[in-house]
Design a protein. Structure first.
Length: 267
């Protein structure tokens, strides 16, 4: 868990960043969700926190104390920790400070990096064979590469199956036919989001991750995407360096807040 200083201000929204945030939520579909006064409330039994947190999506009308009481009771009822996901382009610019004042700790900052397509990339990537697979197969392979248990693989499969937008679930094979990586591209209007990129630990530092991302971007271009975006944890310097070298730059950020005594929400 990375704890974040509380002095970063929520910045002004811009249309492209706001559209990317919508697309991010569209690409993470769960059954366990509801809308409550501008908050998209989610409580899936998922690894991904954005599938089990409160995401502000519209300006509020109700008093925050009333809303917090409602959400605390709801998360207690469903047996999930109370977590907020706040972006630097949040539609409710006051919410982050309001949560801080009420003892919600800020942690695990993530960058949303974006690039305009097509990228001018040199053709130095290794030759891989790409296979588009079912949600079940994709969840199985990515789960095995991440050492996830069966219950998380099943939940991941449900989320993948629920994506309404065109998507490509891709496995990458090396010259011997072995699976060396996997990644997901989700097309949403003029955007392509790159998710779930994972490379077999035994096959890293061979350029496979970059080659896989380039293939996913090509899938987006084939569907008319003009911009690409992806998410990188602040502390993942290797991934930030890779995507920066490919032409991606920070667009906005998001982080989480949870009550200070709620350690489960930060795991």
């Amino acid at each position: 868990m990375q704890t974040i200083a509380a002095d970063m201000e929520v910045t002004t929204r811009d249309p492209l960043s706001a559209r990317m945030e919508e697309a991010t939520l569209n690409a993470t579909v769960v059954r366990e969700q509801m809308l409550y006064d501008g908050w998209l409330v989610r409580w899936a039994d998922a690894k991904a926190r954005r599938a089990r947190s409160i995401n502000p999506v519209a300006a509020p009308l109700l008093d925050i104390e009333e809303k917090l009481a409602f959400c605390r009771a709801h998360y207690d009822r469903v047996g999930r920790p109370l977590i907020f996901r706040i972006t630097s382009v949040c539609v409710d610019a006051a919410l982050d400070a309001q949560l801080a004042q009420r003892g919600f700790e800020r942690f695990d900052q993530t960058l949303v990096m974006a690039a305009e397509l097509p990228l001018a990339l040199p053709s130095t990537a290794p030759v891989l064979r790409y296979e588009t697979v079912t949600p079940e197969r994709f969840a199985e392979v990515t789960g095995a590469l991440r050492d996830y248990g069966p219950e998380h693989m099943r939940e991941h499969c449900r989320r993948l199956s629920g994506i309404a937008m065109p998507s490509a679930r891709v496995l990458a094979h090396d010259k011997d036919g072995d699976i060396v990586g996997a990644g997901l591209a989700v097309m949403d209007g003029g955007l392509v989001g790159v998710f779930d990129v994972v490379v077999d630990p035994r096959a890293r530092r061979r350029g496979y991750g970059r080659a896989l991302v380039e293939h996913l971007l090509a899938q987006g271009r084939a569907h008319g995407a003009r911009h690409a975006y992806l998410q990188v944890e602040m502390g993942n310097e290797a991934a930030r360096g890779l995507y920066g070298a490919m032409g991606f730059a920070e667009r906005y950020r998001y982080w989480y807040r949870a009550p200070q005594d709620n350690q489960l929400g930060k795991d």
